[in-house]
Design a protein around this ligand. Structure first.
Ligand code: SF4
Length: 458
């Protein structure tokens, strides 16, 4: 790339879905010959990809935009916060971002690569003669080289009362199955060893397209989670890699995926955001699959695939939650034996319809329930980790200073990056063995420490 190519500073905030939007924009910038940088100084323009989910994220995004304006002056804003209307009302009042930072050059919502690129072209003209061939087939990734997120759809058809994502991202739009599989293959071929499938509702993949038949490698394949998982599993097997599923709701059709997990084609790990267990709270939350018998479903999954690890998130202190309903949630947690449970105290996100429900709990009580929940979650999780002592596990190495001769850090199939625990690797048994980032090693588990395991590579 020529030294004179214009430089675009890029700041990416928010969840893995926002991260994949950032990757698409960075890939397009690189394809058109722009240089990209993670700092504001010296950049010809700065793009900030924002998050608008909870109030703290809104503030962080607004602060970052302010910093970028102060340091650079030319700022384009994209992402969820960009879709939020101004609070001073009136038609043509624009967005909240423009209200707070009137000097930004352009504002778009999420999933808007083309609009962002149009704004970039208006303010920093496209460099001449781009070096397209220098762009890796897998695009520009913000994650380490050995794992990557694969977004299979955008938006959501549900209307959970605590969530404003559908109002920011719209209804479910599934990506064509051929495109998703093409991206997966490029990622595996570029060295990715763990593919994390994400969306707002992974189990709903293809619903909007009526499970239309697409094409992949000249063969028909349905736009359906099971068919996608089968093909991804084949590819993962061929590349000795992992596929992990996130944001799956406990619908009956998810049962079909379990044999793929039991057979080792997809990791036996499911991230199922239950959010609560009491049927009345779930109804007030308007949760998808709220009528399902989740304990029975979990039991069935464990019968088909005994090694399955279930991660979930919950909300404590939802408006109107009684002590009895909360106790019911704690009982569920103990009985369901969720391996990895996270919990948020209910946060009244601006614009969420749940804020109008009667029975709002004081912040102190919401926080107290969150703490009580986490104490039980940790008990369950610690007991499960103890059972792993003595087991031999496959571990993907995330860091290995000095070639791992002094040990390193990795993850087993039970740990998704960033959100779960890790496996702390001690120096390998054999002095000749080295550990390399992005490669697998077998390890004998010798201890459990908090959310993590300790293992000896062999
Ligand atoms: S399923 Fe509910 S919580 Fe998840 S994105 Fe859709 S509306 Fe929001």
């Amino acid at each position: 790339m020529p030294e004179t190519a214009p430089t675009v500073g890029f700041v990416s905030l928010g969840c893995p879905k926002a991260l994949t939007d950032s990757e698409l924009i960075l890939t397009q910038l690189a394809a058109e010959g722009y240089r990209t940088s993670k700092t504001y100084e010296g950049a010809d323009l700065v793009i900030v990809n924002t998050c608008g989910f909870i109030d703290a994220a809104v503030q962080e995004s607004l602060d970052t935009i302010g910093e970028a304006l102060a340091a650079n002056g030319k700022v384009i804003v994209t992402g969820c916060l960009g879709a939020k209307p101004a609070t001073d009302g009136g038609e043509g009042a624009g967005t909240l971002v423009q209200q707070v930072h009137p000097k930004v050059l352009a504002v778009t919502g999420p999933h808007a690569t083309q609009e962002v690129m149009d704004a970039v072209h208006r303010h920093v003209p496209k460099p001449h003669d781009p070096f397209v061939d220098l762009v890796p087939a897998a695009g520009i990734k913000l994650t380490p080289k050995h794992y990557a997120y694969l977004k299979i759809s955008e938006g959501c058809n549900h209307r959970c009362t605590f969530c404003i994502i559908p109002s920011m991202r719209g209804d479910l739009v599934s990506r064509p199955v051929g495109d998703v599989l093409g991206e997966a293959r490029a990622l595996f071929e570029s060295g990715v060893k763990e593919l994390l499938v994400v969306s707002q509702d992974t189990s709903a993949y293809g619903v909007d397209l009526k499970y239309r038949t697409g094409f992949w490698d000249g063969k028909p394949v349905k736009t359906r989670l099971f068919d996608l998982c089968e093909r991804l599993g084949d590819m993962a097997e061929a590349h000795s890699a992992w596929v992990r599923l996130h944001y799956v709701y406990p619908y009956p059709h998810v049962d079909e995926i379990l044999p793929l997990m039991a057979g080792g084609r997809i990791l036996p790990y499911l991230d199922v955001p239950f959010q609560h267990a009491h049927p009345d709270v779930l109804r007030r939350m308007k949760r998808p699959a709220s009528g399902e018998r989740n304990l029975e479903r979990l039991q069935r999954w464990r019968e088909i695939c005994p090694q399955i690890v279930v991660r979930s998130t919950f909300i404590a202190g939802f408006p109107g939650e009684t002590e009895a309903e909360f106790e019911h949630l704690l009982d569920f947690l103990r009985e369901a034996r969720i391996d990895r449970a996270g919990c948020f105290a209910y946060s009244p996100v601006e614009g969420a319809t749940a804020n109008d429900l009667p029975g709002a709990l004081p912040a102190q009580e919401r926080e107290a329930r969150r703490a009580r929940f986490m104490a039980v979650a940790e008990e369950v999780s610690a007991a499960k980790l103890q059972q792993r002592i003595g087991a031999e596990m496959q571990v993907l190495v995330d860091s290995a200073p000095a070639l791992g001769r002094r040990g390193g850090v990795g993850r087993s199939y039970a740990d998704a990056p960033e959100i779960d625990g890790t496996v702390r690797l001690l120096p390998p048994e054999k002095a000749s063995k080295t550990l390399k980032v992005g490669e697998f090693t077998r390890a004998r588990i010798v201890a459990a420490e908090g959310h993590d395991l300790v293992g000896v590579p062999f």
